[in-house]
Design a protein around this ligand. Structure first.
Ligand code: FAD
Length: 403
């Protein structure tokens, strides 16, 4: 049972949000030999029922258009495949692997094919094993696709596919708690700043407790804006609804289905045991209400299923087993992470705006955030391109490969 009241009234680091980003940061803090401070993770819903982490597709890919995002996923792959060594060879920690069915991007026009070609160059230079495929090659490897309208595919089966994000999340929480990190079931509702407005002095909780802190991390997922506003900061992040369906096929495919991104934007992947997981969203894609997780039932029937059955004719005969709606923390500026300290409120750090690719980014972003908290700089992978300042400067670092 998680306590509501923190044990202390002052902490070195308060993390607002205890899902995958908050948990990763907390664990990496406990790994740092130069850090022996107190860490409080404030999580308003320890059932994690509605957070992005609970609604994820739990896949990782090397296929990004920016080198930094490729490198972040390369660290994710290394971390997942070596979870136990990373956790000090603790025998309780499971050995994980990646189910490498790969992602398959399909282009039906020259503009998108060119974009795949230029991303391929970025990925190859970073050491990723992505291959461009002609329709004939796609058909030879995966005869079940209809590729009549397809000009080019982009596919990679190395360190690309499903991984057990839940297991990593659990072990980050479990070990960091054992090492003294405190998780409380509570909600951050306000912050106070010093007179100059350059530092957050304290975080007020829904129970009325006012907790002092040296540094505070915004790991609040789709609610990032609300947490930033407590420190007087505006962020270009909003909740966007993303729908998922798990279905079984009357005649299952004879080989693993890559996580296929149809040119329409609908995606579908292998889910094991003759089942498949599809995802998509409505054409009009407004910000969602924070608590709105209602399904759009017409979307499946009118759009998703017809797209799937056209791309993979065997999916004419399928049966939906489960469905849910989740929220992306969507960065409207450039669909990329916002990380590191605020330039003026200098002890307020962001870990926000992951726009649908945050699960795989959690190892590198938690590690980098812990480095910034302890050492005031990134020591492994330089995450400074994700700095907050780019928003005010209006200098987006566009990630083209957003699903
Ligand atoms: C349908 C879907 C599919 C996805 N598929 C993938 C995928 O295949 N691969 C991938 O890499 N990523 C994927 N993602 C994205 C990924 O799930 C997210 O980027 C990631 O989980 C974000 O984690 P987070 O900790 O930042 O946010 P969240 O998981 O949303 O957690 C934020 C937490 O903060 C808490 N909180 C908020 N405000 C407060 C407050 N004031 N006080 C206390 N607690 C607070 C919330 O309760 C919540 O638990 C997907 C997302 C969705 C929705």
């Amino acid at each position: 049972m998680t306590n509501m009241a923190p044990q202390h009234d002052i902490y070195d680091v308060i993390i607002v949000g205890g899902a995958i980003m908050g948990a990763s940061t907390a664990w990496f803090l406990t790994e740092d030999k130069d850090f022996d401070g107190r860490v409080l993770v404030v999580e308003k819903d320890p059932t994690y029922e509605n957070c992005s982490t609970a609604h994820t597709n739990s896949c990782m890919r090397q296929q990004f258009s920016s080198t930094l995002n490729v490198q972040i996923s390369q660290f994710a792959a290394d971390f997942v495949k070596n979870l136990r060594p990373y956790m000090g060879n603790d025998e309780r920690v499971p050995e994980l692997s990646i189910r490498n069915f790969g992602y398959m991007y399909l282009a039906d026009n020259e503009t998108f094919a060119d974009s795949l070609r230029s991303s391929h160059k970025v990925q190859a230079a970073a050491g990723a094993a992505t291959q461009l495929m002609t329709p004939e090659q796609i058909n030879a490897a995966y005869p079940f696709y209809n590729v009549d309208d397809i000009l080019l595919g982009s596919h990679n089966t190395v360190d690309e596919g499903f991984w057990d994000g839940n297991a990593v999340f659990d072990w980050w929480r479990r070990i960091s708690r054992e090492r003294g990190v405190e998780y409380v079931k509570n909600e951050a509702v306000a912050m106070t700043k010093n007179a100059a407005g350059t530092r957050v002095d304290s975080v007020t909780l829904a129970t009325g407790d006012v907790i002092s802190c040296s540094q505070v991390v915004n790991a609040s997922g789709p609610r990032a804006v609300l947490t930033a506003r407590m420190a007087g900061i505006e962020l270009p992040v909003e909740p966007r609804k993303r729908y998922s369906w798990v279905f079984s096929a009357e005649t299952p495919l004879d080989r693993d289905l890559p996580l296929t991104i149809d040119p329409s934007g609908v995606h579908v992947r292998e889910n094991g045991g003759g089942t498949y997981q599809a995802g998509g969203h409505t054409d009009i894609d407004p910000a969602a209400d924070y608590d709105d997780f209602n399904m759009d039932h017409g979307l499946w029937q009118d759009h998703i299923w017809p797209v799937l059955a056209t791309r993979i004719p065997q999916f004419e005969a399928i049966k939906v087993q489960s469905e849910w709606a989740g929220h992306y923390a969507y960065n409207t500026l450039d669909q990329n992470a916002i990380a590191g300290p605020h330039p003026e409120v200098e002890n307020f750090l962001f870990l926000n705006g992951f726009s649908g690719h945050g699960l795989q980014q959690s190892p590198a972003m938690g590690r980098g955030t812990a480095e910034m908290l302890v050492h005031g700089r990134y020591r492994t992978l330089d995450l400074s391109p994700f700095r907050f300042e780019r928003i005010k400067e209006n200098k987006p670092i566009i990630e083209k490969a957003i699903i």
